[in-house]
Ligand binder design. Structure first.
Ligand code: SF4
Length: 420
């Protein structure tokens, strides 16, 4: 989502202020840092990075801090780093060209409604288009700061999403990637008067676009994975068969403390239904270990879910308390040694499962959409179920679909040869 927000800001700056992006910050007239605040580490890093940028930037260059940390720290950023020119919250990015001309502006209104703002087109990739389908989040997971930095959930009207997808396809994208905090809660609330539609309907309408070959999305919420949604996922040939299902914990008790809205049994039931209906589906997840009160038995439940679900990809983290969240005040904090041991167990199990899953892919054939050129004579892309695959080849393969047979495996990238 931050990547897409950055594209939106670049589009506005290009169109209205004639800016162009550069990779060399020392020659830049404007340095934008688009921040995340989901975990503690990136927040701490912000101030050290700001110091470096300030020391090395061109004379007169402006520095803007944007995104979720901007929303939650606001004026504090300018207090701690007075050379920062403006602070722009995650919910206010449409105002980028306004704050540019307002010294020390702090725009962080989380009630600001950008759901119908017509951003200009700019994408960092020609082949894949990120498209926001909603802003904010209505959930109240007790560990999460996002509702405080991105505000209430509002869906972007379906006609705007379809127009954006049509434009992206006409500019060459064959794949779209729909973004939202809870994509499968789409349509719950619009800010204007719009036809009531849900995520399944949105997927069906987008699938009608000629020239669009693949649709991906993230993140769906396990709570909203009803049968209708899973059946559409299974039967719609344009929907890529990879699903991100953020588990967070395998313990029903911890899930309740986290206010996730589902149980261990519900989660496993949804995984089972998915695997039954889409045998080659790839399922990824997020796991937080050592949430306050997580007992050994609770942690074993998470291991049990991992064993039963056999996730293709696991993003795991130690719990870190975030400001303005309920869990910040929870007692029964888990000590850091226990947290480290649990994280290591999760990561070791994941590696074991990953190696086994990858080994089973040797000699399989996948249709790969090529998107990235390496400088060692290889080019890579993704299969429908999100496996990263590289082959020997050059730029004429970019934006092409080819059938590829896997000849060797690595942890994150498999190597193949084109057979068709
Ligand atoms: S669903 Fe929960 S974890 Fe995800 S953004 Fe919303 S509050 Fe945060």
């Amino acid at each position: 989502m931050n990547e897409r927000d950055t594209e939106h800001m670049l589009a506005e700056l290009k169109e209205k202020e004639n800016y162009d992006a550069t990779d060399d910050f020392k020659s830049a007239d404007l340095i934008l840092i688009n921040t995340c605040s989901v975990r503690e580490k990136p927040v701490a890093k912000l101030f050290s990075e700001l110091g470096i940028f300030n020391k090395k930037k061109k004379d007169g260059a402006k520095i803007g801090v944007c995104g979720c940390t901007a929303s939650h720290l606001g004026k504090e950023i300018i207090k701690r780093a007075p050379y920062v020119s403006f602070v722009l919250g995650a919910r206010n990015i449409s105002k980028i060209t306004e704050v540019l001309h307002k010294p020390k502006a702090v725009e962080i209104d989380i009630n600001y409604d950008e759901s119908e703002f017509a951003f200009k087109d700019f994408r960092s990739s020609k082949y894949k288009a990120y498209i926001n389908i909603s802003i904010g989040c209505d959930k109240s997971c007790t560990f999460c700061i996002v509702p405080k930095t991105r505000g209430d959930e509002i869906s972007i009207p379906m006609n705007l999403i379809i127009d954006e997808a049509n434009r992206a396809v006409s500019l060459g994208a064959k794949e779209i990637f729909l973004l939202g905090q809870n994509v499968n809660n789409y349509g719950r609330r619009f800010s204007g008067n719009h036809e009531k539609v849900n995520f399944t309907r949105l997927l069906q309408e987008l699938s009608k676009i000629d020239g669009l070959k693949r649709i991906r999305f993230t993140s769906p919420h396990p709570f909203h994975m009803d049968d209708e949604f899973i059946e559409e996922f299974a039967s719609n040939p344009k929907i890529c068969k990879s699903m991100h299902m953020p588990l967070q914990s395998g313990s029903t008790k911890v899930l309740k403390d986290m206010k996730r809205g589902y149980t261990k049994e519900w989660f496993l039931n949804r995984v089972q239904k998915l695997r039954e209906m889409v045998p080659d589906v790839s399922i990824s997840t997020d796991i937080i270990v050592a949430f306050p009160g997580e007992s050994d038995a609770d942690f074993e439940d998470t291991i049990d879910v991992m064993n039963q679900a056999n996730f293709e990809q696991v993003f795991s983290f130690k719990y870190s308390p975030r400001p303005q969240t309920e869990a910040e005040f929870f007692s029964d904090v888990i000590d850091s040694d226990t947290a480290s041991v649990r994280l290591t167990s999760i990561q070791e199990l994941h590696i074991k499962q990953l190696d086994k899953n990858n080994a089973s892919k040797i000699d399989n054939t996948y249709t790969v959409y090529f998107e990235e050129l390496y400088n060692d004579g290889f080019i890579s892309g993704r299969s429908d179920n999100n496996t990263v695959i590289k082959v020997k080849g050059s730029e004429e393969l970019l934006g092409e679909f080819k059938d590829v047979k896997i000849i060797s495996i690595g942890r994150t990238v498999l190597t193949g040869e084109i057979i068709n």
